[in-house]
Structures are given as C-alpha cells and as structure tokens.
Ligand binder design. Structure first.
Ligand SMILES: [Zn+2]
Length: 125
C-alpha cells in the first residue's frame, strides 16, 4: 500500500469512527429517553388506557430492541476499527463497500463472500 493510499484510508477511518461514535451517543440518548417515558407515565388508567399502554409498551420494546441491535453493531464496528479489521472482508481481504458498511457497520464480509457464506451455512444466520 502506498503512503498516500494508507493516509487516505486512515483519514477515512477516523471519519467513520467519529460518525459511529456520534451515532452511538445518539442511540444511548434515545434508549435512555425510552426508559424515562416508561417510568414517567405511571398513572391511574382505565382498562382501555391499559390496553393501549400495553400496545405502546410492546411497540416501545421492539423499537428498543432495534436500537439495541444497531447499538451492538456499532460497538462491534468500533472494536474492529481498533483492531484494524474494519471494512476488510475476512474471506477475500478486499475492502467492503461503503454502502454495505453504512447499513451493517460490523460487516465482516463483502457482499459476494457473505452470499457464498450464507449458501454454505444454511442453518446459521
Ligand atoms: Zn470478500
């Protein structure tokens, strides 16, 4: 790898890392807010209100699960940045497309290798 190329990659990584850290903080705040809501609207309710509340609670918890999943992905991605394995396919050593990393920051395989992997590992998702 030429020096210029290496520099460009490091600069890009720093940017990615900053974005991931910002998103991580955002998610932490969103998840904290979710919990605060849950505890603050603890008032006397009639049966209709209670049914609505339980729907809201299950919506909230699935919303929370999605956030937590994204949060875990970001934590993993930050670990991989630290290890220097971020954005590099574990199978073919090629860089993983930025578009793919945007949706899956902790992706460890490029799309082609991921598809090949899934075709040979049907039972593991
Ligand atoms: Zn690959």
């Amino acid at each position: 790898m030429s020096e210029a190329k290496k520099d460009a990659r490091v600069a890009n990584l720093e940017k990615v890392k900053a974005e991931l850290l910002a998103r991580k903080q955002e998610l932490e705040q969103e998840m904290t807010t979710l919990y605060q809501d849950k505890f603050s609207d603890d008032q006397v309710q009639d049966a209709g209100d209670q049914a609505l509340t339980s729907v809201m609670e299950s919506l909230k918890s699935s919303f929370h699960d999605a956030k937590l999943e994204e949060y875990n992905r970001i934590i993993k991605a930050l670990d991989m940045i630290k290890d220097g394995t971020y954005g590099i396919c574990v199978d073919c050593d090629n860089p993983i497309l930025e578009k793919r990393l945007k949706s899956f920051p902790n992706a460890t395989r490029c799309l082609a290798c991921q598809e090949a992997f899934e075709n040979t590992h049907h039972d593991s998702i």
